[in-house]
Write a protein that binds this ligand. Structure first.
Ligand code: FRU
Length: 609
């Protein structure tokens, strides 16, 4: 019998080798059909470099280790040209038999034709994977980006022992959304981020969608005091909630073997938890996207959850799905009270199209969130950011000194996969500290103040103007040569109809920021900002209420290679917009219409990295 099997296999191998094509050293290919190829890894190098062609469909790759499926990944394996390479890390499987069972989507007429796909020729084993930045024009200089590959939501963020941990929705095998894992970066100053190994990878019950982390000070979950607990959504055929725990401070996570900890009959995701001292239990807020609402649970151990209430039906933006919740308490500045903030990202339905983040102010008793009403008795819809590019903002848990620091994904689902970068896609916003203030209309609002740490970025003071009058005739100042800067100024436009601040470059690309003293708004016009060709949804004029009346405003603007973040009056309003100028903006111009505007303390700092 043994002999027969041997002979049979021998025949199979002989047949397979007829269809084998050339690949790099240490790789043997067996083409089985027009859409199915086995890639046998016989070499010892740690990385298998896979060529990607962005414009085609994903191939499904089952990674067979000693004959069992260890993981399944999806890669746009190059058919006619390799745009770039992504690394498959073989080190966990060292010493084992590794075969990639690849199913490509492109049906070719014959196996001979399928064999000519570029990926088979270009796939190679390598000792290294080159992550040198190739995106010199548009990779931000001081915003967090993934080293390579796709990123969406920041999630699972927490602070522990002087380190800020930022996890993010990451595709390590391409620069479009796929293969969701938790990428991981750490920082001690919220400016410089260190890239850490992937923290949580997909497993049998699904890819790893957004979630949260918190420190379990009292060992309520059973992984020991101060263990870092993660809750996230396992997204397979359906969505369910999973738990994982880290005993090495967030570097790696052990996945709970009795997952899921919450399985509902309808789509639900992005669990965000916090220990609520007032009830001596955890609260978890979970998005119920297709019902346009949030679900609020309590739990003693995060393994058994009790549904306490639902929030949101018929409230706020109802034109898109609700995702990425957060719930926290903050003091109201200058008052004795504190209030709860419930954050809900929605997509689409943002004020300027596509995705955006709304919030509600109210009270929370551990079971129910009761939103405040405005003077007319309605629950107002408030927006965290009035630009087009701040989505899925959630806060770091366990922040120092009661800080509630938030970071958002600096993009929009309308065009995130089409922006003109390739090695990586998407950056995160600058970190912002959340504060509550009472606006002139009596309502309470959330301010987003650039974190104090960011002043460390200030380099040379390139422009310093104590006083200037802005009028019809524009006054210009030179920006740092690399275009990276922080701009600060106070504007008194009580005698003008509007005040313009323009960033422009030598090829006529510009972004115009307009303060309207009567409406108390700031508009940002990026219609001529540079490359806008990749999406009809990209050119836009966004308008933010400053919530400071009286014709005066103080502006603080952070310009990076492909973003502009405009804060007014210590973050009372914020506008985050991407821009893709073909050359850095080199000139700042101020002007006013309908009268003169006074500009004081105009300071432009270069950026020190
Ligand atoms: C929001 C979102 C989340 C989900 C994640 C998947 O951008 O849709 O709801 O967890 O992206 O990557």
């Amino acid at each position: 019998m043994k002999e027969v099997t041997k002979y049979f296999c021998g025949l199979l191998l002989a047949a397979a080798s007829i269809t084998a094509s050339a690949a790099g050293d240490g790789i043997v290919l067996n083409h089985l059909s027009t859409t199915n190829t086995l890639v046998r890894v016989t070499g010892k190098a740690p990385y298998l470099l896979m060529p990607v062609q962005e414009s085609i469909e994903d191939a499904r790759i089952n990674v067979l280790v000693d004959g069992k499926i260890a993981e399944t990944i999806y890669v746009r394996l190059a058919k006619s040209k390799a745009d770039f390479y992504v690394p498959f890390d073989l080190t966990p499987y060292k010493g084992h038999n590794v075969i990639l069972d690849v199913v490509t989507p492109q049906g070719r007429g014959t196996v001979r034709e399928a064999k000519s796909d570029v990926c088979w020729r270009e796939m190679k084993l390598s000792d290294t994977f080159d992550t040198t930045n190739r995106e010199t024009a548009y990779r931000p200089a001081y915003h967090h980006t993934p080293l390579y590959g796709w990123m969406n939501d920041p999630n699972g963020m927490f602070y522990k022992d002087g380190t800020w941990h930022l996890y993010y929705q990451h595709n390590p095998y391409g620069s479009k959304w796929q293969n969701m894992t938790w990428g991981h970066s750490t920082s001690t100053d919220l400016i410089h981020w260190k890239h850490e190994p992937i923290a949580i990878k997909p497993n049998g019950i699904g890819t790893v969608f957004s979630g949260s982390c918190a420190i379990d000070y009292k060992n309520t979950v059973g992984y020991g005091e101060n263990a870092v607990i993660a809750l996230y959504t396992s997204a397979g055929t359906s969505q369910m909630q999973s738990l994982a725990a880290s005993s090495d401070g967030g570097a790696s996570f052990a996945i709970y073997d009795a997952n899921p900890v919450c399985a509902l009959e309808s789509e639900s995701r992005d669990p965000n938890m916090f220990w609520n001292e007032k009830i001596g239990k955890w609260n978890i807020i979970l998005a119920h996207p297709l019902d346009y609402e949030m679900l609020i649970f309590s739990s003693a151990d995060l393994k058994e959850w009790t549904l306490e209430s639902k929030f949101g039906k018929g409230l706020g933006g109802q034109d898109g799905i609700w995702e990425c919740p957060d719930l926290f308490e903050l003091p109201v500045e200058g008052e004795e009270t504190s209030k709860w903030v419930l954050i809900s990202s929605i997509n689409p339905g943002g004020p300027f199209g596509g995705s955006a983040t709304q919030y509600f102010i109210g009270d929370f008793d551990g079971k129910t969130f009761t939103p405040d009403k405005d003077a007319e008795g309605n629950v107002p819809t408030k927006w965290l950011d009035y630009g087009k590019d701040n989505y899925a903002s959630v806060s770091f848990s366990d922040g120092p000194a009661g800080r509630r620091t938030i970071i958002g994904w600096m993009s929009n689902w309308q065009y995130a996969a089409d922006v003109p970068t390739q090695q990586f896609r998407s950056a995160n916003t600058l970190p912002r500290d959340m504060k509550l203030f009472r606006g002139a209309d009596g309502d309470i609002y959330l301010a987003s103040e650039p974190t104090a740490e960011l002043t460390a970025l200030r380099g040379n003071l390139e422009v310093k103007v104590k006083k200037a009058n802005a009028g019809k005739k524009a006054v210009s100042y030179k920006l740092p040569a690399d275009g990276l800067c922080e701009i600060l100024l106070d504007v008194d436009a009580r005698k003008a109809d509007k005040f313009d601040l323009t960033l422009s470059n030598a090829v006529g690309e510009k972004v115009v920021m307009t303060y309207d003293p009567k409406d108390a708004t700031v508009a940002v016009d990026r219609r001529l900002s540079g490359d806008i060709s990749f999406s009809a949804d990209f050119p836009a004029v966004t308008v933010a209420p400053t919530r400071t009346v009286g014709g005066r405003v103080s502006l603080r603007i952070f310009v990076d290679r492909s973003s502009i973040e405009l804060f007014t009056d210590n973050g009372r309003s914020v506008t985050t917009n991407l821009v893709f100028p073909s050359k850095p903006y080199s000139t700042l111009t101020v002007s006013a219409e309908g009268g003169k505007a006074k500009v004081t303390n105009l300071n432009v700092y270069g950026i020190k990295l």
